[in-house]
Design a protein around this ligand. Structure first.
Ligand code: 4AD
Ligand code: MG
Length: 453
């Protein structure tokens, strides 16, 4: 800390240290807040500093005649993001954003940001690249802080959902010997001169723990080296994945439906003020409740072809392909709830998916597309239970059989139907917060051209 900029409190009074978030419990009393200066307005003998402390913001009032001259001068020259410990009396004020103001009696400046090198992010508009280069500071702005609180709430809600339903959390490895979702999007790692990869999904491993524990889930970072530069793609993202022994596609569709509903409900119960500060239309979230519409891939293709005929979609979608971003955007903007698209052609999906016995060219899989054009937030399926079919698929996908020995064992020793899905936390946060891009949903995004800070 720069001692030259440090000023001590002139009087040492013992007051309760609290946070802006809990200030309402201290009305009429003098408290201490530890935070930063967000903004300062001056009006002659009155100063109106706004302090933030991570839990919220509060406006202080400094009256020249009511405080020692040193305190008034310290606040008067205070620069944005200087760190301060503030003492003041909590006063209810209906006009104040949080309902309270602080009549400041004392201020200790821990570090004063010099005028010669001011805090780079000002309330004026900045370009995305500039903000991304300053992500380590950008996270302090109220909107970004609110998004990070939303992320934490969504993660907590997701974990509570599974914890309360008898699922056991099992953590899969991040360093793996083989691909889970496809060989084209792997990040290679030199593992003591052996070829390893960063995991694309914990799924294969939690299939093993599901056979041990019945209902399991994992939550951790996953990596995709795809060179997609879209508003939905990160190279590092966090996925929550449940896996259930003896479950079918229908079972996990119902699970996905109640899972999403529970998360949205929790956000509305606990984080309305954050959602409002982010500018989210709460009415749209309030509509999220079961049942969600179910759309077979065949029906989805018909809808997309009709959209093309009407001129609402540029290209004509042909049966057999995987849905691309524009297709998902179109489909998901046709519903005001998440839509569950099921039974895609097996040829465009991962090797481990169980074929539909009624039409083996289709996989028993689902994608959940969030409404308002957000697209896929969940991907899942029933898993191939047959040893013979699974080994055939491994060969068809040109995957190294040796690396999958252990996975094949699961079909040799008490194989059962089982199913699960994965939800990317960042896509869920983007949809629930109504954000344009996933880059704001994670503290430090990793993308095609972004590895700094
Ligand atoms: O559809 P995906 O690839 O499915 C799996 O990985 C399965 N193994 C999951 C399972 O069945 N256990 O990915 C699942 C979800 C997607 O729906 C999306 O939300 C997210 O992970 N996701 C990404 N999020 C951000 N950036 C990317 N590049 C993502 N790729 C997938
Ligand atoms: Mg998918």
């Amino acid at each position: 800390m720069n001692q030259a900029h440090t000023k001590s409190m002139s009087t040492v009074t013992q007051t309760v240290v609290t946070t802006v978030g809990e200030i309402g419990q201290h009305e009429g009393r003098t408290v201490t807040i530890c935070g930063w200066l967000y903004n300062l307005r001056t009006s002659g003998k009155l100063l109106f500093p706004i302090f933030r402390d991570g839990s919220g913001m509060i406006q202080g009032v400094v009256l020249k005649n009511a405080v020692p001259a040193a305190v008034f001068d310290a606040v008067k020259g205070l620069t944005q993001e200087s760190s301060v410990i503030v003492e003041g009396k909590v006063r209810a004020d209906k006009r104040a954003p949080g309902g309270y103001e602080l009549d400041v009696s004392n201020v200790q400046v821990l570090q004063r940001v010099p005028e010669t090198d001011p805090y780079p992010i000002t309330p004026k508009e900045h370009g995305t690249d500039f903000l991304m280069d300053h992500r380590h500071l950008w996270v302090r702005s109220p909107r970004q802080a609110a998004i990070l609180r939303m992320r934490a709430e969504i993660i907590r809600a997701a974990r509570d959902f599974f914890d309360q339903r008898g699922f056991t959390l099992t953590d899969p490895p991040i360093l793996t010997p083989a691909a889970c979702e496809g060989t084209t999007t792997l990040f290679p790692v030199n593992y003591f001169d052996e070829q390893a990869y960063l995991t694309q999904s914990g799924q294969l491993y939690i299939e093993a723990t599901a056979m041990a524990l019945g209902k399991v889930y994992s939550f951790g970072p996953t990596f995709r080296a795809e060179k997609s530069k879209t508003r939905r793609h990160l190279t590092e993202f966090w996925m929550i994945e449940p896996e259930v022994a003896y479950a079918t596609l229908e079972d996990i569709m119902e699970l996905a439906e109640s899972f999403i509903t529970a998360i949205v409900k929790r956000c509305l119960e606990h984080r309305c003020s954050d959602l409002e500060m982010i500018g989210r239309d709460l009415a749209k979230l309030a509509r999220i409740e079961p049942p969600f519409p179910r759309l077979s891939y065949d029906q989805a293709v018909t809808m997309l072809q009709q959209a093309h005929a009407k001129g609402a979609l540029e290209h004509r979608f042909e049966w057999g392909g995987d849905l691309g971003s524009p297709d998902e955007t179109y489909l998901s903007s046709q519903f005001d709830k998440p839509v569950m698209v099921h039974r895609y052609p097996a040829a465009v999906k991962a090797f481990y998916m169980e074929p539909d016995p009624a039409r083996p060219e289709l996989a028993l899989c689902l994608d959940v597309l969030a409404p308002e054009g957000y697209g896929e937030i969940i991907g899942g399926s029933q898993r191939t239970a047959s040893y013979d079919l699974l080994i055939q698929r491994i060969h068809e996908h040109r995957l190294p059989e040796e690396a999958f020995r252990w996975y094949l064992d699961l079909r040799k020793y008490g194989s059962v139907p089982h199913a699960g899905f994965g939800m990317g936390i960042e896509r869920a946060v983007a949809w629930i917060c109504g954000l344009e891009h996933v880059r704001e949903t994670i503290p430090f995004p990793r993308m095609l051209y972004r590895l700094y800070p």
